[in-house]
Design a protein around this ligand. Structure first.
Ligand SMILES: [Zn+2]
Length: 339
């Protein structure tokens, strides 16, 4: 029976719940907290094919990986933060955009644990696990070489990619299925050294909502060689969306040794930062596509803030990925709490 290795984030860092995020001209209360991890874990652990492990990548590995991804001046500025006082650092907003989140030492500490979780999952992939899932927070895909935004301070998915490449799994396909365009991941993958004569070390596909608000107005997507950036106007029909997911999974699996999936559940109906209306069952179909693609899959959690839906989303995904074998809870859609 296939197995999904669920890598759990260390919680001793004090929580570091997000404080606020700017949406348009308004500051709204932040929605990233450990409650998300609890809900995701609950949904995944309900599947008998899921095995839980603690994030165990060494401090030195985390530091080395971050140093290879983010600019030294950025990491040093984050390290210098002390205490709980949130500060806005406009110098570290994405190029051409206004800052949208504050930062403090606790948020940096939890972001570092998120990176540790993603690296640990990738290490299990390198060790031969068919499917791994980093249950991490905050999300990372809006964090670039020297910028943070959208709850993201350090890039978890890019850390997983670098770990896989460092272990000899190359090239890596990156599939971002969060509602939002991964501006940070794209910027970081752009700086990876290419493989001589063999194309890029990592190829990014992103399916996301239009308009794309996390790149400067007028920016042209896709940004990178081989990148696929597919924006959906309005709420996509689930079948149409899944057909595009299938096309990306097939293309990435054909060309990559492993696939890192930046998985966001902010595409689900009712997500407080979302606008789409996918049902949890859609993630079972995504999981099934990935589970059948023939490549090792390393999942890294991105967004998804509907606390009443996250367990159902994660459980449906695991059931699809594992082919629903032996799962006593097949009625994913019915598990959702109605509000
Ligand atoms: Zn998102």
């Amino acid at each position: 029976m296939s197995e999904l290795v669920m890598v759990e984030q260390r919680r001793e860092s004090g929580g570091g719940a997000s404080l606020w995020i700017r949406e348009g001209d308004e500051r709204v209360p932040g929605r990233d907290s450990d409650a998300r991890l609890t809900a995701l874990r609950t949904g995944l652990a309900r599947h008998p094919g899921v095995r839980a492990l603690d994030a165990d990548a060494a401090d030195a590995t985390v530091a080395r990986t971050l140093g290879a991804l983010h600019d030294p001046s950025y990491l040093e500025a984050l390290d210098r933060l002390e205490g709980e006082e949130p500060v806005v650092m406009p110098e570290f907003a994405p190029p051409g955009l206004e800052p949208d989140i504050p930062v403090n030492a606790a948020l940096v500490a939890v972001a570092r644990e998120g990176v540790r979780t993603a690296i640990s999952a990738a290490q299990r992939t390198l060790a031969g696990a068919e499917f791994t899932y980093a249950v991490c927070r905050p999300p990372g895909h809006h964090a670039g070489p020297a910028f943070h935004a959208g709850y993201c301070y350090l890039n978890n998915a890019a850390a997983a990619v670098l770990t896989l490449l460092g272990g000899g799994l190359a090239p890596v396909g990156v599939l971002d299925l969060d509602l939002h365009y991964p501006n940070g991941t794209s910027a970081l993958l752009d700086r990876l050294p290419g493989r001589i004569g063999a194309g890029p070390a990592a190829v990014l596909h992103s399916l996301h909502a239009a308009p794309v608000t996390n790149v400067p107005a007028g920016a042209v997507l896709p940004r990178l060689a081989g990148e696929r950036a597919l924006a959906f106007e309005g709420t996509p029909d689930a079948d149409a969306y899944l057909a595009e997911v299938a096309a990306s999974v097939a293309e990435l699996a054909a060309g990559a040794a492993a696939v890192v999936v930046s998985l966001g559940y902010d595409t689900v109906r009712g997500d407080p930062h979302g606008s789409w209306s996918l049902e949890p069952e859609a993630y079972a179909r995504i999981g099934a596509l990935l589970g059948a693609c023939g490549r090792p899959i390393c999942i890294v959690q991105e967004g998804g803030y509907a606390l009443d839906a996250l367990a159902a989303c994660a459980h449906a995904f695991a059931a699809g990925l594992l082919g629903d074998r032996g799962c006593p809870f097949p009625a994913h859609a019915a598990e959702r709490t109605t509000t």
